[in-house]
Write a protein that binds this ligand. Structure first.
Ligand code: NAD
Length: 354
C-alpha cells in the first residue's frame, strides 16, 4: 500500500498517464478516478488497482480525502479544481500546464493556493528527458560560457506549447525572474480552440540577470529540420559567450562549445518522463526537496506567457510580475486582424486552417 492516497480527475490522455505512473510508484496509491464521462473510467480503473470511480470531483475529494489531488482536465478548467484541492486538505495538488488561459484566472489560482499549505506541482515533465537534461548539464557546467540569451520555438500553438518553451528555457537560465515582455501575434483560427491561442506569437523577455529570452510559438515559427514529427519540432536552448546548447523535443540535443561539438540522442516520451516526475513528488512530500516543477517556477513562466499575450493585444512592453488580472484572450479576439496566418511549413496548413 502506498503511503499517499491519490485522486486523479480528468481521465483523458494525460489523466491516464498520471494514474498509471502514480500506480507504478510504491509511494502512492490511486484511491479514486473521476471523469464527467464515465466511459473514460472503466478501462483505466482495472489497470491501477480498481480504485473508487465517479463523476463528481468535489464529492470524491470530500469522501476520499486524498493526500494528492491531481487534475488533468483541459485548460479551461483550473480555479474550480484548485478550490476543490484546497478544500479537501490535500498535502499536494498536481495539475497540468498551462497554469491557466488568462491572467485573470491565473491570479485566482494563485490567490486560492496562497490560502493553503499544499505543495503544488505543474506538469512540465519534458525536462526529465535525457536530452533536456544533457543540455542543462552542459549549460550549468559552464561549457557555453556566460549565458546571455535563451530561446524556444514550436510549431504547435501557445496554450499547448508556449509554457513548455518558457519553462525549460527559464530552467536553462536558473529561473531568473522576468522583468518585462513584448510580443506580436497573428492568426485567429486557434482563438476558437479549447487550447485557446493566437495561431502564432513571437516575443522577447528581459530577465533580471540580464539574459534575453526569445520565443516563437505557432504556425509562423521556424522549422526545426532536426526533427521529423510536427509536435516534436521544438528548439529550446541557450547561447553563451563561448557557444550554445539546445534540445530538440523530438530528436536529441547539440552543443557547440569551446572544447568542441557535443551531441546526444533522446526524444520526448511520456512513459520515460513520468516516473521521475512522480518520484520527485514523493521526494517533496517525504523529504521536503522542492519539486523542479513547483508552482512557483510554473507561475513565473505563466506570467511571461500572459505578458506576451497582453503585449500582443495592447502593444508595448509589459512589466512583470503582473499586478492586475485581465482576459488577454478576449483582448486578442478584439485586436487581431482577420488576415490568415502565413505558415512556415506546408503541413501546418491543416492545423491553422489556411
Ligand atoms: N504536459 C504535457 O506534456 C501535456 C501533453 C498533453 C496535454 N497536456 C495538458 O493536459 C491537460 C489535459 O489534456 P488531455 O490531452 O489529457 O485532455 P483530454 O481531453 O484527453 O482529457 C481531459 C479529460 O477531462 C475530463 N473532464 C472535463 N471536465 C471534467 C470535470 N469537471 N471533472 C472531471 N473530469 C473532467 C474530460 O471528460 C476528459 O476525459 C491540458 O491542460 C493539456 O494542455 C499536457
Amino acid at each position: 500500500m502506498g503511503r499517499y492516497k491519490v485522486l486523479v480527475v480528468g481521465l483523458g490522455k494525460r489523466g491516464k498517464h498520471h494514474a498509471t505512473h502514480f500506480h507504478a510508484n510504491p509511494t502512492f496509491e490511486v484511491v479514486g478516478l473521476c471523469d464527467i464521462v464515465p466511459t473514460q473510467l472503466a478501462a483505466v480503473a482495472s489497470t491501477v488497482g480498481n480504485p473508487a470511480t465517479g463523476t463528481d470531483a468535489a464529492a470524491m475529494a470530500r469522501e476520499l480525502k486524498p493526500d494528492v489531488f491531481c487534475f488533468t482536465t483541459l485548460p479551461d478548467l483550473r480555479s474550480d479544481m484548485i478550490r476543490i484541492g484546497v478544500e479537501c486538505g490535500a498535502k499536494m495538488i498536481a495539475f497540468e500546464k498551462p497554469v491557466a488561459l488568462t491572467s485573470e484566472e491565473g491570479l485566482k489560482v494563485k490567490a486560492l493556493l496562497s490560502t493553503s499549505p499544499a505543495k503544488v506541482v505543474v506538469s512540465h515533465q519534458h525536462r526529465y528527458g535525457k536530452h533536456y537534461r544533457a543540455a542543462k548539464e552542459t549549460i550549468a557546467g559552464g561549457k557555453i560560457g556566460k549565458v546571455h540569451t535563451v530561446y524556444g520555438t514550436a510549431e504547435g500553438w501557445a496554450a499547448h506549447m508556449l509554457s513548455h518553451l518558457i519553462d525549460y528555457s527559464m530552467w536553462y537560465n536558473d529561473y531568473a525572474r522576468p522583468a518585462w515582455v513584448m510580443a506580436q501575434a497573428a492568426g485567429r483560427h486557434k482563438l476558437e480552440d479549447v487550447h485557446t491561442s493566437p495561431d502564432y506569437i513571437g516575443g522577447f523577455v528581459q530577465f533580471d540577470n540580464g539574459v534575453r529570452g526569445v520565443y516563437e510559438c505557432g504556425g509562423g515559427a521556424p522549422d526545426v529540420p532536426e526533427v521529423q514529427r510536427w509536435w516534436g519540432k521544438n528548439r529550446i536552448g541557450a547561447v553563451g559567450t563561448e557557444g550554445y546548447a539546445e534540445v530538440y523535443t523530438g530528436n536529441g540535443w547539440k552543443a557547440v562549445t569551446k572544447a568542441g561539438i557535443l551531441t546526444g540522442d533522446g526524444a520526448m516520451a511520456y512513459d520515460q518522463d513520468m516516473p521521475g516526475y512522480i518520484q520527485d513528488m514523493a521526494d517533496w512530500l517525504d523529504h521536503g526537496k522542492v519539486h523542479p516543477c513547483s508552482f512557483d517556477n510554473a507561475y513565473a513562466g505563466f506570467e511571461v506567457m500572459m505578458g506576451m499575450l497582453r503585449s500582443a493585444a495592447r502593444g508595448g512592453q509589459v512589466t512583470l510580475p503582473l499586478r492586475d488580472g485581465a482576459n488577454e484572450l478576449e483582448e486578442l479576439k478584439r485586436a487581431l486582424s482577420d488576415a490568415p496566418l502565413q505558415v512556415t511549413l506546408e503541413e501546418s496548413r491543416k492545423e491553422y486552417n489556411c
